[in-house]
Design a protein around this ligand. Structure first.
Ligand code: ADP
Ligand code: MG
Length: 683
């Protein structure tokens, strides 16, 4: 329609802006802008034979059309097909010209879903194409592309066709690899997907199981693996301070610990020790379920730095957790004569200044703190190891800031710890730039936490049980509902809960902890709970991560239906840390949404963090799951980590092979898929 076929619109034009919104910046990007779905316009279905709920094409003549105003302004057209079947087409948004177009006697092809309506069978907002009687039908499926308002399918198709004609579609994948994996050539695959031939297997195209789709998905995974591999190699090219194990301080700590390491702890400690001995920055993720004992592993790594005369810092996401690490590490290190600095906001000025001095002079080698560690006044001139606890709670930027604090401008070794396990497929695709250690064993002597789902209507019974348990010498957490929209409201609820529990349990000492308390107030409350001076700790989600009080064996979570799966698992992990049988009561309010029901079912049935993470991934999809990482990593567009899991291993192997043997082919593949965006991956 007067649009001259051109390869790319002018920079700054409206069309270019719309394309940019779809992350399309050059013809190259259009080649892999593949159909979202296909519509079958190769057939005409008789109105009376159309299956309900399925998109079909019909051909019919207008009987009448009118604009009506009830219940709201809309355009209605009555049409009849050659077999005598009738439908009503309905538009809620329309241009005046549209009614003119729908003049009685004119013939159209309508594409849409038929459904029973008030006026008989109807199609709402069908796609409409005027035709002459006997006009030929298209010979192939019609692709439908992801687009944005203002950019029509026809325009996109034109641009894509121009791109297919102008962009070289050569195949960087070696023939042998293609043959081995039974993949079609790239050019054939994308042409097929953009223009399926008349005899195409429609089902395989629509379900994306066709070999052409497989080729595209494989290539996407391959590109992802290659760019992660490159980021990994780039890191190996940096130097870091080698910290060989000297078995001095580490051995002394092991001697004094009141427990023996689990086999898993020994294994990962060795993995980390070996990494630290290398003159390249370690970048290791230590995954271990809640309570698996990551802290002592971190302490051993830090001591390995110290016994070499270098500094190490441990950063935790909350003040409570940092404080707890400080206490725990402090108790472990003091008998060894190792000094530990505490760096967080809201400390007494003088103490803080003294700690900073000790770190700056190198007199003190080890530090624990919150993100306050990242601030300027913190100067650790001999920093060679940074440990980040609950790493998923920090943004990329904060991790980079820590990395930039390395001694002599070198990168410190990084140990990231997380209790949110990443399913294997995700780890291999989105975290492949890290080395991963897994603590897959819990310290002995724990009994699994019993989980109970209880309707909030039975809150009174639960309070009575809690009272009995506390009078018998146990301690309990009472977790207040999460109110995402308003911190003020959340605080108010916590205060009310605290008052109500105090009133209901006059013979018990009930404490309260929440995010608004000052640092030393928080510390004092936690200390009282640890010491057993408080029976019940009413808490907001500030206790979600890491807090460790073994005598607490009962947890009540109010409005459990509002929490995410990972959060519930983390919270529940606060109990079950001692030898006593622990119970976690999830109070829920009815009615439950379908996802809330699904989540509660998972948390009720599963105690294994890895299984929970897999379910979480299934319920939420990988996009949101990874969202927590705020990484800016391009997500996969076509490959599906679940459906296409079998492609990941071959893609990984092919990535290594290609980078090693055909670096130019690798470059061309990266260029095709990522354009200039590869830099994002190195964070
Ligand atoms: P997490 O992995 O959740 O950070 P922690 O490091 O806080 O777990 O450990 C949980 C508890 O288990 C702590 O009290 C810790 O001292 C204890 N612990 C760690 N390792 C062992 C072990 N091998 N045997 C017994 N207790 C252990
Ligand atoms: Mg921890």
């Amino acid at each position: 329609m007067g649009v001259t076929a051109r390869v790319w619109p002018d920079a700054g034009s409206r069309q270019a802006t719309l394309l940019a919104r779809l992350d399309l910046h050059a013809p190259r990007d259009l080649v892999v802008h593949l159909p979202l779905r296909y519509e079958d316009e190769t057939r005409i279905t008789a109105i009376d034979a159309a299956p309900p709920g399925e998109a079909v094409q019909i051909e019919a003549e207008v009987v009448s059309s009118e604009i009506v105003f009830r219940p709201r302004r809309q355009l209605l057209a009555r049409l009849r097909d050659d077999a005598g079947g009738e439908i009503v087409a309905r538009w809620l948004n329309f241009y005046p010209s549209q009614q003119k177009q729908l003049a009685p006697g004119r013939r159209f092809r309508l594409f849409g879903e038929l459904r029973g309506g008030f006026l008989g069978v109807e199609m709402v907002h069908p796609r409409l194409r005027a035709v002459e009687k006997g006009a030929a039908l298209p010979q192939s499926l019609t692709p439908v592309y992801p687009t944005t308002a203002g950019l029509g399918q026809a325009t996109l198709r034109q641009l894509i066709d121009a791109a297919l004609a102008s962009v070289p579609l050569d195949d960087p994948l070696p023939e042998s690899l293609r043959r081995r994996l039974n993949l079609p050539a790239f050019a054939d695959a994308v042409r097929y997907l953009h223009h399926p031939p008349p005899d195409a297997d429609a089902r395989a195209l629509i379900e994306r199981t066709h070999p052409a789709w497989r080729r595209v998905k494989f290539e996407e995974l391959l590109v992802q693996q290659m760019s992660l591999r490159r980021a990994y190699n780039a890191r190996r090219a940096h130097t870091a301070i080698a910290l060989p194990p000297r078995h001095a301080l580490t051995a002394a700590l092991l001697d004094r610990l009141p427990f023996a390491l689990t086999a898993a702890q020994r294994r990962v400690t060795e993995e980390i020790a070996a990494d630290l001995a290398l003159p390249h920055p370690m970048q290791r993720l230590l995954q271990g379920d809640v309570g698996s004992g990551k802290t002592v592993v971190a302490a051993l790594a830090m001591l390995q730095a110290a016994e070499n005369g270098w500094q190490a810092a441990l950063m935790a996401p909350t003040e409570i957790l940092a404080e707890q690490h400080y206490r725990k590490l402090g108790a472990w290190l003091a008998p060894l004569g190792v000094d530990l600095a505490w760096i967080a906001g809201g400390r007494k000025k003088r103490e803080r200044a003294a700690a900073l001095d000790r770190l700056r002079s190198g007199e003190c080698l080890l530090a624990v703190g919150t993100h306050a560690l990242l601030e300027d006044p913190v100067d650790m001139p001999r920093l060679a190891l940074a440990v980040v606890d609950e790493q998923h709670r920090f943004g990329v930027r904060q991790r980079l800031a820590l990395r930039d604090k390395g001694a002599h401008g070198q990168r410190p070794h990084m140990l990231m710890m997380s209790a949110t396990p990443i399913p294997r497929t995700l780890a291999m695709t989105h975290y492949a730039d890290l080395d991963i250690s897994v603590l897959d064993e819990s310290p002995p002597g724990r009994s699994p936490v019993q989980t109970r789902l209880v309707s909030a209507a039975r809150r009174g019974e639960i309070v009575a049980r809690l009272q009995a348990a506390c009078l018998a010498g146990r301690q309990a957490y009472w977790v207040c509902p999460l109110i995402e929209e308003s911190e003020a409201l959340q605080l108010k609820t916590a205060l009310e809960t605290w008052e109500a529990l105090q009133a209901a349990l006059p013979e018990l000492r009930v404490g309260l902890i929440h995010g608004r308390l000052k640092a030393d107030e928080k510390a004092a409350v936690m200390a009282a709970f640890v010491a057993g001076d408080l029976h019940v700790l009413v808490a907001t989600t500030v206790i979600e991560v890491g807090v460790d009080v073994p005598n607490a064996s009962l947890m009540v979570i109010e409005h459990a239906e509002r929490f995410g799966l990972a959060q519930l698992h983390q919270l529940r992990g606060r109990v079950g840390r001692g030898a006593a049988q622990s119970v976690c009561v999830l109070l829920f309010e009815q009615p439950l949404s379908e996802t809330a029901r699904a989540r509660l079912k998972v948390i009720y049935e599963q105690t294994d963090g890895f299984a929970i993470a897999r379910e979480d991934l299934r319920i939420r999809g990988p996009g949101e799951f990874i969202g927590a990482r705020q990484s800016g990593l391009p997500l996969l567009r076509y490959a599906d980590l679940e459906a296409d899991a079998e492609l990941i291993d071959p893609a990984r192997a092919a990535a290594e092979e290609l980078l090693a043997t055909e670096p130019e082919a690798a470059d061309r593949l990266l260029e095709r898929w990522l354009g200039g965006r590869e830099g994002l991956l190195s964070a």
